[in-house]
Design a protein around this ligand. Structure first.
Ligand SMILES: Nc1ncnc2c1ncn2[C@@H]1O[C@H](COP(=O)(O)OP(=O)(O)OP(=O)(O)O)[C@@H](O)[C@H]1O
Ligand SMILES: [Mg+2]
Length: 349
């Protein structure tokens, strides 16, 4: 079922993106949106979010004046509290003032930059489309392979540091992006090792602000553990946020690693968490989504190389030992190193 919405007069916006008067917006089944009649309501969390945007803008102006780095904010909190929505709003408000903020999405369960099992970043220079979200102009994407950081914490933290390096390079090259700042979205795993990954993220990106949504415990922990120059702000949950009950959340379940005694002599269990393991051709590889690495050979640092696309193996021919691949690009693929993800895809048409 789809829903239509039309603004007849006045001003209104959806998650920071202004609606055009007289245009019909069509929302697909499953979309959860909130229309805010702009600048009148004082009692919704959106006013708090708007204040957050004002604070970011002041930091941007100061960074321009002082020739320093713009604000870096990490948004965190438990699942379904409106983290992604807050990021979208802050990005939209920033863009509407002519800024070019970067969105970094580290939620490998359902990020806004790419498909699940990956993390990445892109610069935003246009407000999101109300129906389709942000335009995807040249995102930088990295393979993780799983939908929860708990499946390989060592690799997750390594990739977070890698994304931070790429962002720093981008900020060093583009002044406008540097002053506009970085908004970092995270997954909803905030306990135990999940909390440790948040601390690692804050450190890697050298964030100035941590916005904690709807959890005092997390707020207090951050206050206790972060250096004084990091501002920790507790924000209310987004009004009207919808819990997605069918969403399988596996964050809390950590995968035990092999004891060192089960590994080849001299190898530590940590090592095999960031090493490539060759896969044997066979039907077992079918229907998985594979990241196409930008690496040209296995001699390169494949793990930390960016991803240039995704394909799915749809058929296996044992006689030729070959696969049929579903790919958005025509034959031949621009590279030949593929990394398996846990995600599976089957075309049921
Ligand atoms: N003010 C609001 N009114 C109506 N729906 C909203 C509002 N804020 C958020 N939503 C909807 O609620 C859902 C959950 O919000 P969102 O995805 O931002 O939460 P999240 O904290 O990022 O969740 P997750 O932990 O799963 O990443 C989304 O479908 C979003 O569109
Ligand atoms: Mg989210």
């Amino acid at each position: 079922m789809t829903e239509k919405e039309e603004l007849m007069s006045g001003k209104a916006e959806i998650f920071g993106c202004e609606l055009a008067s007289g245009r019909k917006y069509i929302f697909k089944a499953g979309s959860k949106v909130a229309t805010e009649v702009a600048y009148t309501s004082q009692d919704t969390p959106n006013v708090v979010y708007l204040n957050m945007h004002v604070a970011l803008e002041q930091m941007r102006q100061k960074s321009e004046k002082d020739h320093t780095r713009g604000p870096r904010i990490m948004v965190c909190g438990p699942t379904d509290v409106g983290k992604s929505t807050l990021c979208t709003m802050l990005l939209n408000y920033g863009v509407r003032l002519g800024r070019a903020p970067m969105l970094v999405d580290l939620d490998v369960g359902q990020g806004q930059v790419s498909i699940p099992c990956s993390m990445g970043a892109f610069t935003i220079e246009r407000p999101s489309d109300v129906e389709e979200g942000f335009a995807q102009s040249a995102p930088v994407v990295f393979h993780f392979g799983h939908t929860s950081p708990s499946k390989n914490l060592t690799l997750y933290n390594l990739m977070v540091s890698r994304v931070a390096d790429v962002i720093n390079m981008k900020c060093d090259t583009f002044k406008k992006v540097n002053h506009s700042g970085v908004i970092i979205n995270t997954g909803g795993w905030v306990k135990g090792a999940g909390y440790e990954t948040l601390k690692h993220t804050a450190g890697s990106f050298e964030v100035d602000i941590i916005a904690v949504l709807d959890q005092e415990r997390l707020y207090n922990e951050m206050k206790r553990d972060m250096p004084d120059f990091v501002q920790i702000i507790l924000l209310p949950k987004s009004g009207g946020v919808v819990e997605r009950s069918n969403h399988q959340r596996t964050e809390a379940r950590e995968t035990p690693s092999l004891p060192d005694s089960c590994l080849p002599l001299g190898m530590k269990s940590q090592d095999n968490r960031t090493k490539l393991v060759p896969l044997m051709p066979g039907t077992g590889l079918l229907h998985h989504v594979y990241s196409l690495s930008s690496a040209e050979s296995t001699e390169d640092n494949v793990i930390e190389a960016s991803v240039i696309g995704f394909v799915v193996f749809t058929e296996y021919n044992p006689d030729k030992n070959s696969f049929t691949v579903l790919s958005p690009a025509s034959h031949p693929l621009p590279r030949n190193i593929l990394l398996q993800t846990d995600m599976q895809f089957m075309d049921i048409q």
